[in-house]
Design a protein around this ligand. Structure first.
Ligand code: NAG
Ligand code: NAG
Length: 330
């Protein structure tokens, strides 16, 4: 009897606790970090530092990498990816045809211990820039369409993805465009400077995410609507298995703040194109269970989302179609 009362009151406490966690996790408040005038398409959001953090840093359509300096200053120029870029020709441009000259970075990841910032540029490959920013150095080139990357903080390896061997970022908005299965998932070893192709034949790119313990990488295929788990260690090392088929197109995956969990930016109805795009954030675990879905449809109506980056309990949302980074909080 006593145990029964005890266990039911424990259950009550547990259920109450669960409710609080769920209610406090709905991300109902919204605010914006506005880009400088004319700037568009902040597709990434990365923070620098382990204890005191700076940022977010973001990549925009006109080729710049910007750093958020707080509400009084806003975003300021931090880095760029090609020596052919001039501020006069490129700043504020949204013309994809200028990408080869101005650069078009799409993804960022910090090596937190060194402060080096790794960059995936749609036209200019894999690059790195030091803590003071400026012109980034190309580490590997010759790619058609790099879209995502993540640094493995334990080994220093960079995992990155190439959307296609045949088309580039300009082609996807051209009439008659058809995606193909020539995407790849790759690794750059900063010590040997070697690039290895880990997976090929992928249908659409997206941003891979290394697990915190370094045992696997989650690899999205945007067009296929699929996330695979690529094992780095253990009996299945160097093999991939499908973890989750998503409703909609998964773009970047990022580690959530809770160990073993991830946030995925998903746009439903993007590819193949439908009359309405529904943008969402999915929180998943390493078994592929969807733990939470947050809708961004009110603030990102009919727009795709590229990234959901959790930081200090808030969600920073990146999109090709906005002039701000959205911040959802509780
Ligand atoms: C992609 O677009 C570029 C620039 O508009 C064009 O030169 C190229 O032929 C296109 N490639 C494909 C595969 O459509
Ligand atoms: C959503 O955007 C697409 C493409 O820009 C457009 O064709 C469509 O009409 C839009 N849908 C709504 C409901 O506004």
């Amino acid at each position: 009897m006593v145990t029964k009362i005890l266990s039911s009151s424990l259950l009550f406490v547990f259920v109450t606790f669960l409710c609080i966690v769920v209610v406090s996790g709905q991300f109902q408040k919204f605010s914006k970090l506005d880009l400088p005038p004319g700037a568009m398409g902040p597709e990434s959001a990365a923070f620098r530092g382990l204890i005191i953090t700076e940022g977010p840093f973001t990549t925009i359509k006109d080729g710049r990498i910007l750093k958020w300096q707080g509400p009084n200053v806003g975003f300021v120029d931090f880095a760029y990816t090609t020596p052919t870029r001039t501020k006069q020709f490129c700043d504020g441009s949204t013309d994809p045809e200028k990408g080869p000259i101005c650069g078009w970075p799409l993804a960022l990841s910090f090596q937190l211990t060194t402060g080096l910032l790794y960059i995936a540029d749609a036209f200019h490959g894999l690059l790195v820039v030091g803590p003071n920013g400026g012109l980034a150095t190309q580490l590997a080139g010759g790619f058609k369409f790099l879209v995502g990357l993540d640094v493995d903080l334990l080994t220093g390896n960079i995992y990155f993805s190439d959307a296609s061997l045949t088309y580039d970022i300009r082609n996807i908005t051209q009439p008659g465009f058809k995606p193909d299965s020539t995407g790849r998932f790759l690794r750059y070893n900063p010590f040997t400077r070697q690039v290895s192709v880990l997976l090929s034949g992928l249908l659409g790119g997206g941003g891979p995410a290394v697990s915190k313990d370094g045992t696997f990488v989650l690899v999205p295929e945007l067009v296929a609507g699929r996330i695979s788990k690529y094992w780095l260690v253990g009996p299945k090392a160097n093999k991939a298995e499908v973890l989750l088929n998503t409703v909609g197109n998964p773009n970047k995956i990022k580690q959530a703040e809770k160990i073993g969990e991830f946030w995925v930016a998903v746009s439903i109805g993007f590819q193949p194109p439908r009359a309405l795009i529904t943008p969402q954030g999915l929180r998943i675990n390493s078994n592929g269970d969807v733990l939470q879905t947050v809708s961004f449809a009110t603030q990102y109506f009919n727009k795709t989302v590229s990234l959901v980056q959790e930081h200090d309990g808030k969600l920073y949302v990146g999109s090709r179609g906005t002039s701000f980074i959205g911040v959802y909080s509780n």
